[in-house]
Write a protein that binds this ligand. Sequence first.
Ligand SMILES: [Zn+2]
Length: 412
Amino acid sequence: MNRTAPRPPALVRLALGLTTLAAIPAAAMQAAPHDPPLTIDTHVDIPFAYMREPRFDVGRDTPLKVDLGKMERGGLDAAFFVIWVPQGPLTPAGYARAVEQAGQKYDGIGRMLMQYPDRIRLAATPEQLVANRQAGLLSATIEIENAYSLGHDLRRLDAAFDRGARSVGLVHVGNNDLCSSSLPDTEHGEPAMNSQGDAGMSAFGRAVVQRANRLGMLVDISHASDRCVRDALAVSAAPIIASHSGARAVLDHPRNLPDELLRAIATKGGVVQAVAFKEFLKRDPGREAAEKKLQDAVAKANGDAKYDSDRDDYLPAMAQGMAAIQQQYPLPTLDDYVKQIRHMVQVAGIDHVGIASDFDGGGGITGWNDAGETRNLTAALRHAGFSDADIAKLWGGNLLRVWREVERHAQP
Ligand SMILES: [Zn+2]
């Protein structure tokens, strides 16, 4: 938690829906005639210096793939902004550090909401999200990615809910105290996914899922191991989501879900948000090696021991290097992404698939490389034969249905 920046009281008012729409000036959003009724991207990362450094002031033009102007121009109504922390040691010091890092991210989102109330509002319920859209405003929903940041204390889930978080992603890269990861830290002895040692969900993980059910929070299994997904399906009283995951049958990557789990999530009434992340859409070892080489070079030029995406991702040298890499190893395209969506719809059904970018966390493809290009994806879906009704489901209808269902399971 950032002690120099206490939680802004206005955020509480926003969360409680106590501000009046009368104060809102002329609608900031400019809907186009063929826009879906609502467009929700369920995975947008933010840097730790979000809204603190001028370059990350999202009311201005920024190097970020998602800022308010890009959302408004591109017709992206709502984003799930992510409270991500890297996986660290399962020790009191590690937990304390993760809690503090999560606090910085809550503060960043709070500052955005405080500073630009005439452009973006918190959406802590599906109704608020719809109302924001109707008022011509953007929506911010808050999502935890890696519940390691609860610091192994269930009460922090309630505290996160009070701060506006409405989705809890159990795990990230490397196993944590809740769950085994789809990408365990095998270099340091963690068992491979689906090996005999893969432990699935811990007792604490189960307690978090059950508490999330009672609070009416979405349980998000993106990044979890297959076994942990099965455990979450068994433990959760409510449908679950994958906020940003693809289909393993299309591209064999541990972060993508096998058809069996796509079906199981659908059978339980949940939704899998297909993600526009290059490595889950197209295998390109040449590009991966070139990016790694560039990162090492940029870190070295900066005098850093190793690359730090938060610090280095938006440096001019990085942007220039990435442009050169793009020439040689082009990103996947909208066609690759739509192919994966189509497969997921075939397997899970049109009512159980949605959309996520993972922008500013590595996401972005040719054609949908920032929020300003959102309408390209809608056009690509239409071109691929999806009806307007299907597109409305993919772009947020399904997610809102699941969220409302999760709220019905809440026991305040
Ligand atoms: Zn992620």
